[in-house]
Design a protein around this ligand. Structure first.
Ligand code: ATP
Ligand code: FE
Length: 328
């Protein structure tokens, strides 16, 4: 009972062998950070080519680490979207070819469902009903989940995602790509003394981060000598306050036993700390993916693929650049 999960939607080529209970037997991720760092962001065409170079290396390494012969696999799960079309196509074509060669079914998986399931990797954590906060490079949304099949969207960003805002602020501060981890680290040494705006704070469960990003840009133009650590700390403080206010509001509106925070920004120690404090205060169980599985990886795709198999869902393998969390 093992699924091979394959993820190539963005800038990581990642593969893992995953059991139905979320145990990861072997995994490999080849990052393209160095490749894209020289351009200050992801170059889609370079990403696709790098996936072509590395995808079979990642598959081989994951299988070898797991000590598993492909004949033992139940199925292959591969990200079909959302993401960069060229990158998705490399993953899907590879999975299809492997499935054909090994005579295994291939399931197209929604990357966002992968992130969602990352919180149950290595051990089962999520209990229902749950509030989901997905904060990644391409998405920022709140959803309510009463069972693994029943997801209702509550709100999402109307412009930039949170991860995008981190990345852009990092770029303004000359910190390179990806920006989340560096902004986060720098912020620890600063004082949150600059009153950046908290966009849409009073306004329901949607988010907006583009105004905050612009406020940081304007501030830096007017105060080129401001300590970068203070700018980072003030930016992070604004983000954390927005996240907390929205989560608290959502938790008043829906019934939730647990709060599940997933997506790349869930790797942030500051986000984790703030969420822990809030959940302790509210008596809500906090479910976080292990750090290693917060950013894109094949393991979460493999675990999500088990849901598809269990429900007999087969949505095909057409790569799709945008896809909502509530869809398979
Ligand atoms: P999506 O999942 O929405 O399609 P994606 O796959 O590109 O987008 P993820 O890999 O889930 O996004 O997350 C990447 C984002 O997470 C980047 O914007 C990155 O800056 C951010 N990130 C990663 N680590 C941290 C961290 N420690 N603190 C804050 N942000 C982080
Ligand atoms: Fe992602």
């Amino acid at each position: 009972e093992l699924i091979l999960g394959l993820e190539t939607s963005c800038d990581d080529t990642s593969c893992a062998v995953v059991a139905p209970d979320g145990r990861v037997l072997g995994a490999a991720t080849v990052s393209q950070i160095e490749l894209h760092n020289q351009w200050g962001g992801i170059v889609p065409e370079l990403a696709s080519r790098a996936h072509i170079d590395k995808v079979l290396v990642a598959v081989d390494t994951a299988l070898t680490e797991a000590g598993v012969d492909p004949a033992r696999l139940t199925a292959i799960g591969v990200t079909r979207g959302p993401g960069l079309i060229g990158s998705l196509k490399v993953g899907v074509d590879t999975a299809q070819a492997l499935g054909y060669g090994w005579d295994k079914p291939v399931l197209g998986v929604n990357h966002l469902r992968g992130h969602l399931r990352s919180a149950d990797l290595e051990e089962k954590r999520v209990t229902f009903p749950a509030l989901i906060l997905l904060v990644s490079g391409g998405h920022t949304l709140l959803a309510h989940m009463t069972s693994s099949a029943d997801i209702r969207l509550l709100g999402s960003t109307v412009d930039d995602s949170l991860g995008e805002a981190y990345d852009k602020v990092a770029r303004m501060l000359g910190l390179g790509y990806p920006g989340g981890p560096v902004v986060d680290r720098l912020a620890k040494d600063g004082t949150a003394s600059i009153p950046f705006p908290r966009p849409m704070l009073a306004d329901g469960l949607n988010f907006s981060f583009s105004g905050l990003k612009t406020a940081v840009r304007n501030f830096l133009a007017e105060h080129p000598d401001a300590p970068p650590a203070d700018v980072a700390a003030s930016f992070v403080a604004a983000c954390l306050e927005v996240l907390e206010v929205k989560c608290r509001r959502a938790l008043r509106q829906v019934e939730a036993e647990s709060l599940v925070i997933v997506g790349g920004v869930a790797a942030s120690p500051q986000v984790r700390q703030r969420a822990e404090a809030m959940c302790t205060d509210l008596g809500v169980k906090l479910c976080l993916p292990p750090l290693r599985w917060s950013t894109d990886n094949g393991a979460m795709i493999g675990l999500a693929a088990w849901d598809y198999l269990a429900r007999g869902v087969d949505v095909g393998l057409r790569p799709t650049s945008s896809l909502s969390l509530d869809l398979f």
